[in-house]
Design a protein around this ligand. Sequence first.
Ligand code: ZN
Length: 400
Amino acid sequence: MNKAYKFRIYPNKEQCVIFAKTFGCVRFIYNRMLADKIAHYRQTGKMLQTTPAQYKSEFEWLREVDSLALANAQLNLQSAYKNFFSQKRSGFPKFKSKKTSRARYTTNNQHGSVRIENEKLRLPKVGLVKIVQHREIIGKIKSVTIERTPTNKYYVSILTEYENQVPEVELRKFIGLDFSMHDLYVTSEGERANYPRFLRKSERKLTRVCRWHSRRKRDGNNRERMRLKMCLVYEKITNQRLDFLHKKSYRLTEDYDAVCIETLNMRTMGRTLKFGKSVADNSFGKFREMLDYKLYFRGKKLIMLDKWFASSQLCSSCGYKNSEVRDLSVRKWKCPSCGTEHDRDINAAINLREEGKRLVATTVGTTGSNAFGEDVRRLQPARVERSLDELGSRHFYKWR
Ligand SMILES: [Zn+2]
């Protein structure tokens, strides 16, 4: 099993220079190979396969940097090509730009060429780099990715491989989450996430800094200073958001064994203009990802329910389906059948929790009725499984 760790590193001046060279060479080889592939295809109609080594005699300076970084650039280009031909959503590989592309490279650990030594990180061609290792690394280091952020901070992502140690957990405590535009989510226990609108809070500052930036002369020193200011604002928003999401997902995964959520299509949601900004700001997708891996490493489950499951329309006390609630503006409603007063979001979350429980129970009891004595035949696990597959995740809960 693989796990990635991210740490901040503090390279000295010379190491920064080596990093900068490596970022540049990786970008160069990627672009060069892409350009050659395109030219070759235009001339012959065939695919061109090249390796970074073939370019080293023409461009001597490529020898100065970690050759595995170049090899990984080649692999990246290959997978970008493969994705273009196999997946509808990926476009044709783009050229990397010095200004807008991320400054990063990946290198592999070959017989200990990458390791932690005297509380420092050893990297090929770079030597020992100061690292703030805020947590222990479990397993064998496979590869590392060095990244420089737009605000000139350096980070390393360490990918490790280790024996599967996920504990077996009996799923007892369930919670349902209804994703909401205003709070990020509402739980079946009635708790609201109270998501602070980080982007909106910093919006005025951001527009101001962006204006300063755009008014400076191109390629001037002042423009660079303003760019840094602008990036710092963005960085702060991102960090605030991630911090919030990590804390919330940590709490949920510690307190519960299974989190039941609805499958949401982020693409179409983001496209809906009215919600565009708040969805982006809310970062549902990121949150789901965090829940997913945090639960997974604890032996717990994220249960994704079919998006056709009418979580908001069902009465959680009697099961009556009230299609009037389909209208998003209905925040509170009274069940016409049993008279229970419902808060739209909490009711939906309870339904998700109960549906999740039901699905888990059906995998326990195999025939006829499940552990809760319900009729299994009413369920359509095949549909649930398909919608999980569509998401393409490795370890979402699968129903068999
Ligand atoms: Zn009812």
